[in-house]
Design a protein around this ligand. Structure first.
Ligand code: NAD
Ligand code: MG
Length: 395
């Protein structure tokens, strides 16, 4: 039996992971489930999947979970806080860790899983954006496996040869074509973007996801974070990645080779496919996703991204090129700006403005030989600066 810890079990990716896991009771056993504050949902998941541990990041929510599970026989041990999250990411009985916490909050537990040599199923792209060098180093030092869950990166992984870590040029790759749906605002009049509501921004045309990543898809910051994610996962740079807008979200990304071949991975837009791929790899296992019907799809369209409409994508490319602390600052400022947008404190164009102001306000520092504390401090300072920029815009 393969023991699985699901970090962020109550979220969109967490729920899809438990759906795949439950389809293979002879293969997988939930060892630990975690959530931030939603004790009611985690309690239901504990009754269904019977893990040994349950963690609430929030201490009050952990107390609530204890009450909710008081009458459960064989109830899990309940932990709380960041220490609890790190502990269950590194348990001896855990083989696979699904890293599906949203935002930089996922960094420490994801790093703990990598350091403990687990198979890390990485949905939490923000941890690579904030600490790519450190996370990749931890994976290689411990012999952990890092398998991408982000649908595009999972698609690229499937289109690359097994020895791609030798270097993309050495295996004949010319470039990566990273597809993007373009989100709900792809055709929205540019001069009316300031009137977009949180509900409209979260109404994604092809994917059902958590609110933060839905807003990131509306601004295309999500694709920007994914460019940085791809650079780390596949050992490449922004000159070898092209973003291709593909509204149907059927092709999940492509790899272009020296000989002119282009390999793509296709499927219905359902995260259970990349999750089942990474959980089963190198075998193929059932995901519950319906087979792709090409006649129903009928058309596949492609466009260049519009950087005037989506300034966040340009900011992310620029941060990736600058390197150092720029991607961590970009990420922290974006998290603050997205939260402010969801609270109706800034308008949608304000997100890019807050990120640009924050990148300008903070010096870009080298991350070479720096530890986790340094990166967490950069994250803290960028959040403070971004909050300042939000208040300045709201005033
Ligand atoms: P979500 O908001 O639906 O779920 C987030 C989960 O993280 C929840 O379980 C929540 O309780 C937990 N969480 C939130 N803040 C926390 C904190 N401070 N400490 C501990 N736990 C915390 O998000 P999601 O859509 O499932 O996305 C999760 C991650 O996967 C994100 O990094 C996202 O970019 C990535 N991702 C998601 C999708 C998707 O289809 N939803 C696709 C690709 C990548
Ligand atoms: Mg993606």
């Amino acid at each position: 039996m393969i023991g699985v810890t699901v970090l962020g079990a109550t979220g969109s990716i967490g729920v899809s992971t438990l759906d795949v896991l439950a389809r293979h009771p002879d293969r997988f056993q939930a060892v630990a489930l975690t959530a931030n504050r939603d004790a009611e949902r985690l309690a239901d998941q504990c009754r269904q999947h019977r893990p040994k541990f349950a963690v609430m990041a929030d201490a009050d929510a952990a107390a609530r979970l204890r009450d909710l599970l008081a009458d459960m026989s064989g109830r899990p041990e309940i932990l709380s806080g960041i220490e609890g999250l790190e502990q269950v990411a590194a348990l001896p009985e855990t083989d696979y860790v699904m890293a599906a916490i949203v935002g930089a909050a996922g960094l420490r537990p994801t790093l703990a899983a990598a350091r403990a040599g687990k198979r890390v199923l990485l949905a939490n792209k923000e941890s690579l954006v904030v600490a790519g060098a450190m996370l990749m180093q931890a994976v290689s030092d411990s012999g952990a496996e890092l398998l991408p869950i982000d649908s595009e990166h999972n698609a690229i992984f499937q289109c690359l040869p097994p020895n791609f870590a030798d270097g993309l040029p050495r295996v004949g790759v010319k470039r990566i074509l990273l597809t993007a749906s373009g989100g709900p605002l792809r055709e929205w009049p540019v001069d009316q973007l300031s009137s977009v509501t949180p509900e409209q921004a979260c109404a994604h045309p092809t994917w059902a996801m958590g609110r933060k990543i839905s807003v990131d898809s509306a601004t295309m910051m999500n694709k920007g974070l994914e460019v940085i994610e791809a650079c780390w996962l596949f050992g490449t740079d922004t000159d070898h990645i092209q973003v291709v807008v593909h509204p149907q979200s059927v092709i999940h990304s492509l790899v272009q080779y020296e000989d002119g071949s282009v390999l793509a991975q296709l499927g219905n837009p359902d995260m259970r496919t990349p999750i089942a791929h990474a959980m089963g790899w190198p075998e193929r296992i059932d995901s519950g996703v319906a087979p792709l019907d090409l006649f129903a799809v009928a058309h596949l369209d492609f466009q260049e991204p519009d950087l005037m409409r989506f300034p966040c994508l340009g900011l992310a490319f620029e941060s990736a090129r600058r390197g150092g602390t720029a991607p961590a600052v970009l990420n922290a400022a974006n998290e603050v700006a997205v939260a402010a947008f969801l609270d109706r404190r800034v308008d949608l164009p304000g997100i890019a403005a807050v990120v640009a102001d924050t990148l300008e306000a903070l010096p870009n520092e080298s991350v070479a030989d720096k530890g986790l504390e340094f990166l967490l401090d950069v994250d803290r300072r960028a959040r403070e600066s971004a909050e300042h920029a939000v208040r300045a815009r709201a005033a």
